[in-house]
Design a binder for this molecule. Structure first.
Ligand code: ADP
Length: 658
């Protein structure tokens, strides 16, 4: 390896030949050294040799007439560290011993061959280069080791800081932490975090370490014209180590400075800056690497902290809105835990202020329990203490759970009751004159002969009076059903028998339209508890609708089955169906869907009566319908075993089974 190095260096290797005998000296140069490729410098005397030796790689010194050996200590004390070869014509053992003791690298006594001399030169040079290399390598290794140790210490610090800052959820704390760490790992006088302003043209200091307040608050660097801006536009670290002071801005000079970009969401938003204003210490590439690492951690932590701040603000806002909302609001997570409740909800259900447990432990209402389990958005009417009525709307929010917003409808309910009472009393008042009209119309024919046209008019009067009577009957029925006190006392009822009685009253209509009526009554269908007349009316209304809204030759199926402690009645038809967006309204009084209004006659009271009957019997009703395909009404009633109300377990089981 050294051969190669020597060969490569041979052209530039320079040998100092010191000899006061000029002939001998020149012979040596011209016959031996120059032909071997060395360049030479000649000196006659010791002081000249000392002056020239600094630029040479080896000294060949002739002993006598000079005292060559005495020259060597002078070389060494002048820090001239080149191989020193002694040549002599009158060698002796004593001279050789003296020479080696003084430290000459080699000693040649004449006669010697030119090759012999060249080999000695070469060997001395090789040894010297080897020594130097070893010395250089160990110094370099030592330096590198030192650097590496510092880097590893810095790395430890960065890792330590990154763990700490991961827990910093407040932006200000985090930024402060990062600047302190930046100053430590880069051994800088000052560190700061500068973020872009709103229009992204300037960088402003957001946090700093060791930077006087007035400087920090007025420091503003233009992205277009500053070194910091270069880190922003390239997305790469920038550092400058200069001999002279660098101007960062007016009256802010530094000896060395480094800027490392900070990025959030793939966009550079600022820089981590360090500088040495007082200490004349450059930033090493290792330190810049550490700063880059720190900046990366800081960027992630900053995004988290910003997100946290934003979330906290949003939550505070939401809390403020919820606190101010008069409607009770409850949020329940997927495991059924009540995670949010506003004061209105707390007052309504008596929930303790900081309650954070299962919702059904603090909400004691069957209807509400149902909203806690169903798997689709649902509305329910909730009556609290038989005094206040609420509409509770439950929505499923992915990732959150279910949100229940309740609206107080007590006043509306009262209004509704007043309206029903009013309608009932008006209907009652209309009934007597109507009965009189019908009675007198019947008597008309007895009072004298009536021609054909008069008979036609009489028939029309009878029909119209009849339909008004039907309407009034419906209205009176409704008010009687809604006001339980006016209705008959409940008894045990065989629903299968009720269905058969009801069907007997609609047979005619079904036959007229040649519809296929199928009845499937489970042999063990349970008894229910209630009013048989009203239950018959319920079945009749549903089947009348089925036949009315199903074309000729359509199919109608009636099923009665039991499910746990419930009697389940279904009336299914293959008729015109109900438009989807209108389905929620069909149980309202006088509501008629848009696809029937012009073609079919009706008062819009049938289903309102049905719903009231179902409610009076503590049951449920719902509709499933596809326009053009058909409609199914399902009614569930508590079996007589429970008598009072649908047990919430049975009800939940049925609803979740759907
Ligand atoms: P109506 O006297 O109009 O039949 P109801 O209260 O019985 O009043 O029904 C309300 C509305 O519900 C009807 O007008 C109709 O639009 C719709 N509807 C009820 N039952 C059916 C059914 N089986 N098929 C299609 N639509 C129906």
């Amino acid at each position: 390896m050294y051969d190669l190095k020597l060969k490569a260096l041979a052209v530039s290797l320079c040998i100092l030949v010191v000899d006061s005998d000029m002939d001998r000296r020149q012979r040596l140069v011209s016959r031996v050294l120059e032909p071997a490729g060395y360049c030479t410098v000649e000196a006659e005397r010791g002081n000249v040799a000392l002056a020239l030796a600094g630029d040479c790689d080896l000294a060949l010194v002739y002993h006598r007439p000079l005292d060559a050996i005495s020259l060597l200590p002078q070389f060494r004390s002048s820090q001239i560290d080149i191989p020193f070869l002694l040549l002599t014509d009158d060698g002796s053992e004593a001279l050789a011993v003296r020479a080696f003791r003084t430290g000459v690298d080699d000693y040649l006594s004449s006669p010697y061959e030119a090759d012999h001399l060249l080999a000695a030169i070469r060997a001395a040079l090789e040894r010297h280069i080897e020594r130097r290399l070893t010395r250089a390598t160990s110094t370099q290794l030592l330096n590198e080791n030192l650097e590496l140790t510092k880097y590893l210490q810095g790395l430890d610090r960065v890792i330590e800081v990154s763990k700490e800052i991961a827990g910093d959820l407040l932006v200000e704390d985090l930024l402060k932490h990062v600047t302190t760490a930046a100053a430590i790992v880069s051994e800088a006088d000052t560190a700061s975090i500068m973020l872009l302003d709103d229009d992204k043209r300037n960088l402003l200091v957001r946090a700093s370490h060791n930077l006087e307040m007035p400087v920090a608050s007025t420091m503003k660097l233009s992205v277009a014209e500053s070194l910091a801006g270069k880190a922003i536009s390239t997305g790469l670290p920038v550092f400058v180590n200069g001999e002279d002071d660098q101007k960062i801005k007016t009256s802010y000079f530094v000896k060395s400075v480094a800027y490392v970009p900070l990025a959030q969401g793939g966009e550079v938003t600022g820089v981590l800056a360090v500088d040495n204003r007082v200490t004349n210490r450059p930033f090493t590439p290792w330190q810049v690497k550490l700063l880059t690492l720190l900046a990366d951690f800081a960027s992630i932590a900053l995004s988290n902290a910003n997100l946290y701040t934003q979330t906290r603000q949003d939550r505070d806002q939401l809390n403020a809105v919820l606190r101010g909302t008069e409607d009770p609001v409850l949020v329940i997570d997927d495991s059924g835990r009540l995670i949010l409740h506003n004061p209105a909800a707390r007052t309504l259900f008596g929930i303790p202020d900081n309650y954070d447990g299962p919702a059904d432990h603090v909400i004691d209402d069957d209807e509400m329990h149902l909203l806690l389990v169903v798997q689709q958005p649902q509305r329910a009417e909730i009556v609290i203490d038989e005094e206040r009525a609420y509409i509770a709307q439950m929505a499923l929010v992915p990732g959150v759970g279910r949100v229940i917003v309740m609206h107080d409808i007590t006043a509306l309910k009262e209004l509704d009751r007043l309206k029903t009472d009013f309608v009932a009393s008006v209907s009652q008042d209309l009934r007597s004159p109507l009965t009189a009209i019908l009675g007198y119309v019947e008597l008309l024919s007895r009072a004298g002969s009536i021609n054909e046209q008069q008979q036609m008019f009489i028939d029309r009067i009878v029909m119209s009076a009849q339909s008004i009577t039907n309407l009034i009957t419906d209205l009176l029925d409704l008010s009687r059903i809604e006001n339980a006190n006016l209705d008959a006392a409940p008894e045990t009822v065989n629903l299968a028998a009720v269905i058969e009685y009801a069907l007997a009253t609609v047979e005619g209509q079904v036959r007229d339209k040649q519809q296929h009526l199928t009845v499937q009554l489970a042999a063990d269908a349970p008894l229910v508890y209630g009013n048989p007349q009203r239950l018959k009316q319920l079945v009749r209304n549903l089947v009348l609708n089925a036949t009315q809204y199903t074309p000729e030759c359509g199919v109608i199926t009636i099923r009665l089955s039991d499910h746990a402690d419930l009697a389940v009645l279904q009336v299914e038809d293959s008729g015109i169906g109900i438009p989807l967006d209108e389905q929620p309204h069909i149980f309202e009084k006088f509501y008629r869907a848009s696809n029937v209004r012009s073609e079919y006659e009706g008062s819009g009271l049938g289903l309102a009566i049905v719903r009231s009957i179902v409610e009076r019997h503590n049951g449920r009703i719902w509709v499933e319908s596809l326009p053009g395909r058909g409609t199914t009404f399902t009614v569930i009633l508590p079996a007589y075993v429970n008598a009072v109300s649908v047990s919430s377990t049975a009800w939940r089981a049925l609803v979740s089974a759907r």
